[in-house]
Design a binder for this molecule. Structure first.
Ligand SMILES: Cc1cc2nc3c(=O)[nH]c(=O)nc-3n(C[C@H](O)[C@H](O)[C@H](O)COP(=O)(O)OP(=O)(O)OC[C@H]3O[C@@H](n4cnc5c(N)ncnc54)[C@H](O)[C@@H]3O)c2cc1C
Length: 371
């Protein structure tokens, strides 16, 4: 798409955002539009520009906390659907799929598994949309979406045109991409293209998954691995089960901090035992320490509550809305946990979700810490 002549987008006013998020928290959007096609995105951006209104691009609302006051500008909810396959005679082993940004991510994974396509089976059960996944390069159980993305089609808000970034151009790393670092808010993801492996074996790298299949008398196939991932996630409240307050969350609320070897030794001395840690790709001097472990060691148990905001009873890393929680309740709990971990270990926990509509950012973000 080049220069555009635009139809007026269907803009609504004062639309409640809480029901469009997995935390179920937050006030209304001053303006709101559902984008069913690329032209609607371009038109909505012109509408916002004319009013000098800030813009927020909403996917499935599974990685955000919306302020109680709501968002004072235009929210564009990405609803572009459709999955297409293109032939590639040069690589018959690969299925090349392109999905609209508004497609449900887990619907795409289910379809890929049903078609016998490997590459995203371990990413089963992650809520949200296709368009949300490249933003923080979602990952779980040994796979990252960056491993199969070939291209991301975007609307470039600076150049005012649609263009395609290849995998290298997305600069993916652990929970990071160009979309949430150097070019934050510049691109609206319109569709994502993947190369999936026909008849490929499922990835079984992650310890939890290996344990699940220990004693299994055959090599599990893609559907079994998908079922196992969903079962493991459900035990941790990491799939959306309607009616279960333990999954009324934004997933992991804190990133796993990256610390030096000496910091890690200090932690071991403070706790009198070994500190769980994982290597950081490309950085032999530092390690990643699970934020959930730090939180529990700082005295915050699963189920710990502060009024209607609480730590999930199933996973110390998820902050939940037990019912009727406000954004202020969640922020207060977040700050209490951050202060507790800082006091005990001298480590700053950085939040993973995006904060939307807050006059002041509740916590600084950093390109340095990863989940
Ligand atoms: C129960 C639960 C479990 C989770 N488990 C995991 C996990 O295992 N691994 C993991 O990595 N994450 C996990 N998450 C976090 C979340 O699901 C992912 O980050 C997801 O990809 C967010 O997608 P979304 O469509 O909901 O984005 P939203 O929450 O709507 O938005 C998140 C950010 O992405 C931006 N964005 C969304 N769509 C677009 C678009 N089309 N163009 C431009 N920007 C866009 C938004 O502006 C915002 O900055 C979990 C969340 C929950 C609630």
């Amino acid at each position: 798409m080049g220069a555009v002549s635009l139809p007026p987008p269907e803009i609504r006013e004062n639309v409640p955002l809480a029901p469009l998020t997995t935390l179920g928290i937050g006030g209304p959007a001053r303006f709101f539009v559902e984008a069913l096609e690329e032209r609607a995105v371009a038109g909505a951006l012109v509408f916002a520009e004319e009013r000098q209104a800030p813009v927020f691009v909403l996917g499935g609302g599974s990685n955000i906390l919306v302020a109680d006051e709501g968002f004072p500008g235009l929210v564009i909810r990405m609803a572009m659907a459709g999955i297409t396959e293109s032939a590639d005679p040069r690589s018959p082993d690969l299925a090349r799929w392109t999905a609209g940004a508004g497609e449900g991510w887990d619907d795409l994974v289910r379809r890929a598994v049903q078609c016998g396509l490997a590459g995203i089976e371990c990413l089963s059960g992650i809520p949200g949309t296709v368009g949300g996944t490249p933003i923080q390069n979602v990952g779980a159980y040994g796979q990252q979406v960056a491993g199969v993305i070939t291209a991301v089609r975007v609307w470039d808000r600076e150049a005012r045109c649609a263009l395609e970034l290849d995998n290298t151009g997305c600069r993916f790393s652990y929970r990071q991409s160009v979309f949430n670092t150097t070019a934050r808010d510049r691109h609206v993801v319109l569709s994502v293209s993947y190369a999936l492996t026909r008849g490929g074996a499922p990835a079984l790298e992650y310890a939890d998954l290996r344990k699940f299949f220990a004693g299994c008398d055959h090599a599990p196939g893609l559907p079994e691995v998908r079922a196992a991932v969903l079962a493991i996630r459900a035990r941790k409240g990491m799939v959306i089960e309607p009616g279960d307050p333990d999954c009324r969350s934004a997933g992991s609320f804190f990133k796993n901090p990256v610390v030096s070897g000496s910091d890690c030794e200090a932690m071991a001395q403070a706790t009198g035992g070994p500190v769980p840690s994982y290597p950081v790709a490309g950085d032999s001097r530092r390690v990643k320490v699970p934020a959930a472990w730090l939180i529990e060691q700082a005295g915050f148990r699963k189920g710990y509550s502060r009024g209607p905001a609480a730590i999930s009873g199933k996973h110390a890393l998820a902050l939940i809305n037990r019912g009727g929680a406000s954004a202020a309740d969640v922020i207060a709990l977040m700050r209490e946990i951050q202060a507790g971990v800082r006091d005990r270990f001298g480590v700053d926990l950085l939040p993973e979700p995006q904060f939307i509509g807050f006059q002041q950012r509740p916590a600084a973000d950093s390109a340095d810490s990863t989940d």
